[in-house]
Design a binder for this molecule. Structure first.
Ligand code: SIN
Length: 284
């Protein structure tokens, strides 16, 4: 197995080659991949053709499968979601705003994996921003301010009955299940400590963090807007450009991500699996 860590100022991304991930990993390779992934937040495996079974087996080596509350999985694959946007589709592309996957769950997924099947000739990049580095760079005063805060997370903006996807009204290939249950809330510390690396990061995101405990809506909006502006500066961003048969796995505890779009007129197809995570740990 070989690897190359990204030289991007964002400190995100490690490309891992000379390993066949369609076969069970030996213990040494599995441990190395896990360490490289949590250190660099996004692990990239180019040139990996995977059957559904091989993909499921690879994923299971990193933990139990996550729960997909608002997305329909493939008919014969209860853990794989098809992110397909057809060439003729006019609906917005899925995942187009900064978020950390399912942060509204009590224990949000640690990892999300995407395996590329059809890649458009241009556009369709996935962007990641480093929430641990963004935390490190906060002033001492801001660190003290965010330390004891809890964010209120909910899926209501995209997935409620009156949420974005329900109201968009354009035909889409992906089957999204909007529901009342999207209004449920979970509170998580704004500063999250990573279970493995022990690094602190800012665990808030514009799609699912809908408030801050103890703040009015207006106070929370102002506070979160400043934090999001800080977190999404160019210096924290890694742009992932896809080739077909590439698998990437990101760590939702240390990055936010978004799909950029920009490939109207071409099809894009990704297969997605999430891995269950732990309840966010409050930093000490
Ligand atoms: C997502 O948010 O999971 C989608 C990312 C992508 O399609 O690039």
């Amino acid at each position: 197995m070989k690897y190359k860590e990204s030289e991007s100022p964002s400190q995100i991304g490690v490309e891992i080659t000379d390993v066949d991930i369609s076969k069970p990993l030996n213990e040494t390779d599995l441990n190395s991949i896990h360490s490289l992934w949590v250190k660099n937040s996004v692990a990239i495996f180019p040139g990996q053709k995977l059957s559904h079974d091989a993909y499921n087996n690879f994923a299971m080596q990193f933990g139990a499968f996550g729960k997909e509350p608002f997305l329909t999985t493939m008919k014969t694959q209860m853990h794989i979601v098809e992110l397909r946007r057809k060439a003729t589709e006019e609906a917005s592309h899925f995942g187009g705003s900064w978020h950390s996957d399912w942060s509204f769950q009590s224990s949000p997924p640690s990892a999300t994996m995407l395996h590329s099947k059809i890649v458009p000739p241009f556009g369709g990049d996935t962007l990641f921003t480093n929430s641990a580095l963004a935390y490190d760079d906060l002033s001492a005063d801001l660190k003290a301010k965010v330390e004891g805060l809890n964010g209120i997370h909910s899926a209501k903006l995209p997935y409620a009955d009156d949420g974005f996807y329900a109201l968009e009204g354009k035909e889409r290939t992906m089957k999204i299940k909007s529901s009342k249950s999207a209004n449920k809330q979970h509170h998580h510390p704004v500063v999250r400590e990573h279970k493995d690396t022990k690094r602190k990061s800012l665990f808030v995101n514009p799609v699912y963090t809908v408030g801050i405990e103890g703040m009015t809506d207006m106070e929370a909006f102002t506070f979160l807007s400043e934090i999001f502006e800080h977190m999404t500066q160019d210096k924290y961003i890694y742009r992932h450009q896809w080739d077909a048969d590439m698998l990437i796995m990101w760590d939702n505890r240390s990055v936010m991500h978004m799909a950029e779009g920009g490939y109207d007129g071409y099809e894009r197809l990704m297969h997605r699996i999430t891995i269950a995570g732990e309840s966010p740990i409050k930093s000490l």
